[in-house]
Design a protein around this ligand. Sequence first.
Ligand code: IMP
Length: 421
Amino acid sequence: MSQVVILVGAQWGDEGKGKWVDCLSEQSDLVCRFQGGDNAGHTIYLNGKKLVLHQLPSAVFHPHTKLLVGANVVVNPLKLLDEIRGISSYADVGPERLWLSQRAHVISPWHIHCDEQREARAKKPIGTTKRGIGPSYEEKMARSGLTLSQYVDDGQRALWFERRSAESSDFLLHTQNHKEAWALFVSAAAELRPFVQPAENQLRKEIASGKRVLLEGAQGTLLDICHGTYPYVTSSSTIAGGALASLGLGPKSVSQVLGVAKAYTTRVGEGPFPSELKDDVGKRIAEKGQERGATTGRPRRCGWFDAVAMRYAVAVNGFDAIYVNKMDILTGFDQIQIVTAYQHPSLGVLDEFPADAEILAACKPVLKSFSGWQKELPKSGSLADCPREAKIYVEAMSELAGVRILAIGTGPERDDFVQVT
Ligand code: IMP
């Protein structure tokens, strides 16, 4: 029986996955990132110090854990090397420990330029992180991208430059006008070379030998390129199924699928968000929860816990259970609400998450109210130790979303949580 656990975000990202990856990593031999790039920002608090990871798996601070970056990740080489250096006083990251897939694609200065330009010119911008994520995936799909394997091979990289320059005069112009950025990009290849390995083959061998593996998602279910709120999504598959496609694993290799949500909802960037609170309550949640993007520093939009979206996330990912973070942020509110359905002006009451972003944008939330609690939540123990109102709220989230809740986060530190089931 294999021991492969998938853990993904159940909302629009920023659910606090890093905290649970960090906890689960204690029992994992290998932790894999499987999509996205440095658009992700995983915040981890270590002995009161705030550390933010963008491309490395969040298990990096557990020295016994091997780290893998899978085929469907897009890697920014310079940023990755900076990240490794930036945490060197907390973690040793060498090629025996960090395996980068030969099949992963590279984010080049051209991709970042395209992302910035497109967002600046768009009538309806997506609100991307401007890290070049979309353009890198586009080139991959157009079969003109650069894999890590090609990037670290001087001959293949030179051929790619030639081909790309012949294909696109804009690309050629960019390389001529930004010589320094391109020189830095090329110079990072030698340093990254030892890390680039047949990572998926190595992973399959580890699984066959009984090693415990955690597959760690970035962003969240509702930002999935296929099943999210398109076009206001990221460019990769963020859901549990995406983990298997990226890492070259069969569906039968998975033993457990877990989700992470917040006790309320947040979203960065543009796009429909039915439970959004544009009033003082939303502001209060944002301030108390310090809701700013870990990558871009942009303020996050805040709203109530959305049980319609959560039921959808449960269905799309097949969650066995979820963790719920940041319950402590809701302490002190008189009333707390949960979205139980959507009211659409012409389609009536909707129980299911609509596929069309325009339909979703026209929906108003149908809300159920709960009494708040004033006493601080405990940092450890079980749900039974929490105020009665908090207990009722957690049970309602679980029942309305149709999923078991394992634990609720009650503070930022790794150990700040109470067990639920
Ligand atoms: P991109 O991934 O930079 O192309 O941005 C596409 C959308 O995904 C935008 O709405 C971003 O704000 C959102 N996004 C990307 N990464 C994250 C993340 O780590 N957390 C939350 N939202 C994200």
